[in-house]
Design a protein around this ligand. Sequence first.
Ligand code: GLN
Ligand code: ZN
Length: 766
Amino acid sequence: MQTLAYGFPKLGEKREFKSLLESFWKGKVSEAEFLTGMNALRDWMADTYSSSVDIFPSNEISYYDFILDTALMVGAVPSRFGEYKGIETYFEMARGRQAMEMSKYFNTNYHYIVPELESKNFYLLKNYPLEEYLYFKSKGIDTLPKLISPYTFLKLSKALVKSEGSSLPFYHLSKIEKIQDMENYLNAILPVYEEVLKQLKQEGAREVLIEDPALCYDMDSQEWDLVYEMYNCLSKYVHVYVITYYDSVSDYERFVRLPVKALGFDLVSSTENLENIRKYGFPSDKKLIAGIINGRQVWRANLVEKIRLVEELLKITPHLLISNSCPLFHLPISVEPEEELPVHSVQIEGLPTLSLKERLAFAKEKLKELKLIKEAIEGHQQARMEVERIQHLVSVPFGVREEVREKIANLKEEDFERKVPYRERSKLQQGVLQLPAFPTTTIGSFPQTEEVRKMRSSYVAGKISESEYKEFIKKQIQQAIKIQEDIGLDVLVHGEFERTDMVEFFAQKLEGVATTKHGWVLSYGSRVYRPPIIYGDVYRPAPMTVEEISYAQSLTEKPVKGMLTGPVTILNWSYYREDIPKREIAYQIALALLEEVKDLEAAGIKIIQIDEPAFREGVPLKRKDWKEYFDWAIKAFRLCSRAEPHVQIHTHMCYSEFNDIIEYIYQMDFDVISIEASRSKGEIIEAFERFKDWDRQIGIGVYDIHSPAVPTKESIASVLERSMKVLPKELLWVNPDCGLKTRRWEEVIPALKNMVEVAKEFRERY
Ligand code: GLN
Ligand code: ZN
């Protein structure tokens, strides 16, 4: 039996990836220095892998995103970027003025760049897999070149299609839905993959690792036929190891018949794969890659159980590899540097007092778990003892609060309902707010300047006192309110200067949730965040946002929005325990947030925004699992948003596909939603063409905040005009498509000025 791992976080122990990338963007390091730095990361990654596992891949250090790399590999450079001129063009595509759309990778918070297929003329442009393979080969290191399967690539792409009789532009980008189209695209793209594999083979590679998570979506028989043909073609050159993850494969029997050398399963996210292996057995001529170590959660594995599982699998097939269940880049690098995690407070007889740290395993520790399992199976005495020690540790109960559990058990149907229906609420609210047509607002955060970040770290380091820090935040709020009033916005925000991150901020205030010091994870490009760890029952010991919001409101006559992060997003962007259902954790968070809503309401706040940018990404891959998810996700939102009818509840969502879930979003029963739509042009608008009963107010983001470019008035107006084709103008709000914290004031002020001017013009014109 061998161990294999993949998807190790490329960030580096000291976030070297991020600093290198950002220094390069700022022109502080040359391209040559940049590439040298990236190679150092490659070396570090190979060292890390090889100290624990037998087999590991190459082509894992992408300079922005591995899907974008694949688009470049096959020559899919949209024409607006002109001819490909190397790394410059690459970053233009990723983050330039006309950057490509970003979307979330399956049900995760990793954002990939959505390939735009303008034609079927694919050609080999950049052979990244070969480049990295050769880099390691020159150092005498044998790696498994890793590629995204053509099928998954196409599933994640959008293709230019002709619109038929809709209000959209004549050509627009759309997912490849029809089987005939998929076949045509596959036929067009496969020759490029063949060329890549041929070149790899010439250079000595005999095996490749192909990631095909799209095989976990619902698939029909015709799609399986295409996938079969695809692997037939790819297997002509090298041995193919195909891995799937984030869910069970959609059809086990078809999957195991694919003409490949090894088949990889996620044995953690659901029980289906394992049940099928047990039921149908496993072909004797193939290798089984068992993803048994959870790549998405931070808990130490119960190794006794894992070993039992491996022993069972070994009886089914001797050709076994054990692996992580999905890419490890969802995890921080190591728990080693975490010194301040909570300690178990209740001493249980016969059990050691332990810190949360002892229960955790991040990416590096996961590699060690694979190694330990292998050694224990091979009979190493020391490994066996270590397994037993860990088993003892992880069985200690942690963070239980009976009163929280009781509250959840006592919830009644009416706890999920607002007292007055939307149509009546909206009249009450307008009576209070008196907003003009096309009301203008922002999504919450304003620039987190160098100064803001410096003051925060001084405060955290104890260099300035709490009162000094609070004074400083107040000054920032004052400035922000003044700027917004000068620009002429209708609904103001306090700017979120006191928040590091929209989830971490609440995590630090809630009990039962731990935050780390160094647990950074990349979400896209160079953007990192530290997912909190929900380890116990969650409750709110004290108000979390009331002080700053009320202060902001005291400075202006205009309404200031209270800003909260929703329960689904807090849950989805955190690691969470696996011993109680997700539904229950979501309700626990929702109850804590409801207390906050009630406090804001009592403080006279008239609008409360509960952000749910992660609402979409939590949607399961398979339709059969949707009902259960939406049931608790919608209810969790409703539970925390049960404000008085005159209080206007907003929510915000971004960077996801919403078309197919708009009906569910509607059921959340908010009053206003703001939604991203400037990058994913058109499509969200299509959804409203279909869902005619939509009657909630909505702000379709009029410009992309991820780009430093100041949007023109024409581009802002065109989003509004597009929206007006499918939505009554009375429902429309005008706002950017997300928070502005990553931007600079010099960009924000002119952008918002343009936005407000457009809104004013629209009030005159329509
Ligand atoms: N209110 C948050 C902000 O403006 C929302 C961020 C988000 O949607 N990711 O920063
Ligand atoms: Zn957003």
